[in-house]
Write a protein that binds this ligand. Structure first.
Ligand code: ZN
Length: 459
């Protein structure tokens, strides 16, 4: 109808009310050659909107409801999202999710450069190589990009070769006007038939990534080589499978606004660098053969007052060996944490301690986890493992006993659990429907004994 945000402006001296859209200078209509401005008399503007509404209303009431376009209440991607499962990565991926598979086998991603129209002292090569180095230098990531020589072909073309081209050699972007317009375009080719799942995301295999820099961008970058470096690093990030960290002008999260993959160039002299959010994205997508580093221990069982305690924290992925440190808080008196993640000792003080523990792998990738450790003469039940066999829910853990209550997804099971002391296991019989199990990895089980609740175990 009428695009944009308008302000209603009343001029008290003339008594005239106008609507005003702040878009800078007006321009000439390409069809009528009439001047278009961003200001209109209020009454004319409203009459025009009413006429549009009348016309559109008549057209839509003449259309059977079944033929009208349907509105989606939420995007289809929402259907698969899980809520309340802890922190989600904040960086974004391109479209449906793409990644290069070369890093999985220790191979570099090879890229050629068409630099015939490059204008920097190194003919555009130093800048490109720097961007490759930046994306290849993230600790804990197996991504390596290598310069594969120069080429005379290029452009956004599906030809099996990944290229970066200076000067838009195939004239695929409109020229800049008054140094404004599209600076660069990146495109990727992927095979959706070959995928790898990382975390909850599925990524298709990238076959080719091309990047073209527009001709005429010297007006922006010739006196500002660091801006060219930032642009190249950002745009090539798209060819590696990364989307924008955010596309909000008013992005409140400084982490996302600061990312090199933010949708607007910062032009703050950063040159070719990755910031925290960018590096996290690289580690996630190209984390090497073992997958990203994970802190697997979600909760600690209680320590029994005056009795020895011994618990090993568990980690996965990344590159061993792992080093564990206490970041904040302190363990109960008598209990200590070793650098390998073993929590042990005997405490004679009934207390609950809160700690934040950090694991660092040999690539210096770190993960933190906040945990609490309670010392008590009457410890709470603790769930270590839950399995559903198809007819039985088996809950294994510590301090379990008969007379326990089992709660699945917030509802107490109708059948009372049986306790098998030899296996330290509670067993509840029932169908998945009886037990209120969803069986999609989001089921949450809690055991309560004598008014004390266990950890909430997700399986
Ligand atoms: Zn971008």
């Amino acid at each position: 109808m009428k695009l944009g945000a308008y302000r209603v402006v009343h001029d008290a001296s003339t008594g005239i009310t106008t609507v005003d859209r702040e878009m800078g200078e007006g321009y000439l209509s390409p069809t009528s050659r009439e001047a278009i401005t961003w200001t209109a008399p209020y009454d004319d503007f409203m009459l025009n909107i009413e006429a549009i509404l009348e016309e559109a209303g008549a057209a839509s009431s003449a259309t059977p409801a079944s033929e009208l376009p349907r509105l989606r209440l939420s995007p289809p991607e929402y259907a698969g999202l899980r809520r309340g499962q802890g922190a989600a990565p904040s960086f974004g991926f391109l479209g449906a999710g793409f990644r290069w598979f070369q890093p999985d086998s220790g191979e570099p991603v090879r890229v050629r450069v068409n630099n015939r129209e490059a204008y920097t002292p190194s003919m555009g090569l130093d800048e490109v190589k720097l961007a490759f180095q930046t994306w290849s230098s993230v600790s804990g990531s197996s991504l390596r990009v290598s310069f594969d020589g120069t080429t005379n072909s290029g452009g956004l073309e599906m030809d099996g070769a990944s290229t970066i081209s200076y000067g838009d050699p195939k004239r695929q972007i409109d020229d800049l006007v008054n140094c404004q317009g599209i600076v660069a375009l990146a495109s990727v080719v992927a095979n959706p038939g070959e995928t790898r799942t990382i975390g909850r995301f599925k990524f298709s295999k990238l076959l080719e990534g091309d990047l073209i820099l527009n001709n005429g961008i010297e007006c922006l970058t010739s006196g500002n080589p660091l801006l060219l470096e930032e642009i190249l690093t950002h745009e090539f990030g798209h060819d590696l499978g990364f989307g924008h960290s955010s596309e909000r002008f008013d992005e409140p999260d400084p982490l996302l606004r600061d990312a090199t993959m933010y949708f607007i160039a910062h032009n703050d002299g950063r040159g070719s660098v990755l910031r925290l959010d960018d590096s996290d994205a690289v580690r996630f997508l190209y984390s090497g053969p073992n997958g990203p580093l994970t802190f697997d221990t979600a909760a600690l069982p209680d320590a029994v007052l005056g009795q020895p305690y011994d618990r090993q924290l568990e980690f996965g992925g990344g590159t061993s060996p792992y080093t564990v440190t206490l970041v904040s808080g302190g363990f109960p008196p008598g209990i200590t944490l070793s650098s390998s993640g073993r929590i042990s000792g005997t405490s004679n003080v009934a207390t609950t301690a809160s700690v934040t523990v950090r694991v660092v792998d040999s690539d210096l990738v770190a993960k933190d986890r906040s945990l609490s450790l309670r010392v008590s003469a009457s410890p709470s039940p603790f769930i270590e493992k839950v399995k559903y066999t198809g007819s039985k829910l088996q809950i294994t853990g510590l301090f379990l006993e008969s007379g326990a209550m089992v709660i699945v997804n917030g509802t107490e099971t109708r059948m009372a659990p049986k306790y098998r002391p030899s296996k330290a296991r509670l067993v509840v019989s029932g169908t998945a429907a009886n037990l209120k199990l969803r069986r999609d990895g989001t089921d949450v089980v809690v055991v309560a004994i004598a008014g004390q609740s266990s950890n909430a175990f997700t399986f």
